[in-house]
Design a protein around this ligand. Structure first.
Ligand SMILES: NC(=O)C1=CN([C@@H]2O[C@H](COP(=O)(O)OP(=O)(O)OC[C@H]3O[C@@H](n4cnc5c(N)ncnc54)[C@H](O)[C@@H]3O)[C@@H](O)[C@H]2O)C=CC1
Ligand SMILES: O=C(O)[C@@H]1CCC=N1
Length: 289
C-alpha cells in the first residue's frame, strides 16, 4: 500500500511509527511538510521519502513529489484544521478526476471539525473520504480511532482505512460523520484530560509530603492499573469504584469531596465544550465562499 501524508507533525509521526515496516515499508510512505526538521526526523527514523511542498505552496514545489502523491493509494491529511482548505486546494490538481465508488485515492482526514463535504468540495467533488479521529497513544500502539466513511468509499477503501488505524491501536466505526465530534471530545482530546488528572494527583501527592518521583510513580501506576483492571473486568466500572470505597473510609471522604465540587458535572461540561468546538471549527474553517 502506497501512503502519502500531507503534514508530518505530531499525529502523522504517531501514525507513521505504527505503519512503517509493519503495514507497509517505510519507502512506500511519502511525507509532505514545509518543516525540514520534521521531514529529516521522519526519514531518519522510518525510511520514508519526503518533500517540502505541494504545487501552489509558497516554497519551491518539488515535481518529483507530485507523481508520488498523485499515485498514492491513500492520502492522509494531517495538517491543522485551519490549513486544510489551502492544502486541499493545492492537492486538487494532482488528483485524478473523481470516478464512481472507490475511484481515485482514499482521502483519510484526521483533522478535528473539518467536514467531509467541505473537503470533497475543495478537492474537486466526488472524493472518497474517511474522517478519522485518532489520539496520541497511537505513538505506542495504544491509540483508539473513531472513523466515518462518506458515500463513495468502497469496501476495500474502508478496509484500508481500518488497517491503517489498527496499526496504531483499536478502531470504532461510526454510522454518522457528525458523531466524530463526540469521539473527539471523548478519546481525541481525552489523553489531555488523563494527563491533567495525573498532573493534579502528582501535585497533591507532593503537598501531602511525598517526593515528586514517588508521586509520579504512584499516580502513573494507579492510572495504568485501574484502567487495565476496568478493561479486563466484566463488571461495570461503577462496581469497581464501589469496591475501593469502604463505608466511612478514605475513598468515601475523597469521593464525597469530589461530588461536593461537582467534578463529574465539570467533566461533562468540559466534554460538551470540546464537542461544541469541533462543530464550530467545522463552520469556521469550512464555510463555503
Ligand atoms: N494532536 C492530537 O492529539 C490530535 C490531532 N488531531 C488532528 O491532527 C491534525 C494535525 O495535528 P498535529 O499533528 O497535532 O499538529 P502539528 O502542528 O504537530 O502538525 C501539523 C503539520 O502540518 C505541517 N503543515 C503546515 N502547512 C502545511 C502544508 N501546506 N503542507 C504540508 N504540511 C503542512 C506543519 O509543518 C506541521 O508539521 C490536526 O488537524 C488535528 O486536529 C487528531 C487527533 C488527535
Ligand atoms: O485539540 C485538538 O483540536 C486536537 C483534536 C483532538 C486532539 N487534539
Amino acid at each position: 500500500m502506497k501512503i502519502a501524508f500531507i503534514g508530518g507533525g505530531n499525529m502523522a509521526a504517531a501514525l507513521i511509527s505504527g505503519l512503517a515496516g509493519k503495514l507497509t515499508a517505510g519507502a512506500n510512505i511519502h511525507v509532505v511538510d514545509p518543516n525540514p526538521a520534521a521531514l529529516e526526523k521522519l526519514s531518519a527514523q522510518f525510511g520514508v521519502t519526503t518533500s517540502g511542498a505541494l504545487p501552489g505552496a509558497q516554497q519551491a514545489p518539488d515535481p518529483a513529489a507530485y507523481q508520488t502523491v498523485a499515485s498514492a493509494d491513500v492520502i492522509v491529511l494531517a495538517v491543522k484544521p485551519q490549513s486544510m482548505r489551502e492544502v486541499a486546494e493545492q492537492l486538487r490538481p494532482l488528483l485524478p478526476a473523481a470516478g464512481g465508488e472507490g475511484g481515485g485515492p482514499l482521502l483519510l482526514s484526521i483533522a478535528a471539525g473539518i467536514r467531509a463535504a467541505d473537503l470533497s468540495r475543495w478537492l474537486g467533488g466526488g472524493r472518497a473520504i474517511v474522517r478519522c479521529m485518532p489520539n496520541t497513544p497511537a505513538l505506542i500502539g495504544m491509540g483508539v480511532t473513531g472513523l466515518a466513511a462518506s458515500a463513495g468509499v468502497s469496501a476495500e477503501q474502508k478496509a484500508a482505512a481500518d488497517a491503517i488505524m489498527k496499526a496504531v491501536g483499536a478502531t470504532v466505526w461510526l454510522d454518522d460523520e457528525a458523531k466524530i465530534d463526540a469521539v473527539t471530545a471523548v478519546s481525541g482530546s481525552g489523553p489531555a484530560y488523563v494527563f491533567y488528572f495525573i498532573e493534579a494527583m502528582q501535585k497533591a501527592a507532593e503537598e501531602l509530603g511525598l517526593s515528586a518521583e514517588q508521586g509520579k510513580a504512584l499516580a502513573l501506576a494507579t492510572f495504568t492499573g485501574a484502567a487495565q483492571l476496568a478493561a479486563q473486568s466484566d463488571e461495570p466500572v461503577s462496581l469497581l469504584r464501589e469496591r475501593v470505597t469502604s463505608k466511612g473510609g478514605t475513598t468515601y471522604a475523597a469521593l464525597t469531596s469530589m461530588a461536593a465540587d461537582g467534578v463529574a458535572e465539570a467533566i461533562g461540561r468540559a466534554m460538551a465544550a470540546a464537542a461544541a468546538r469541533g462543530r464550530e471549527m467545522g463552520v469556521e474553517f469550512g464555510a463555503a465562499d
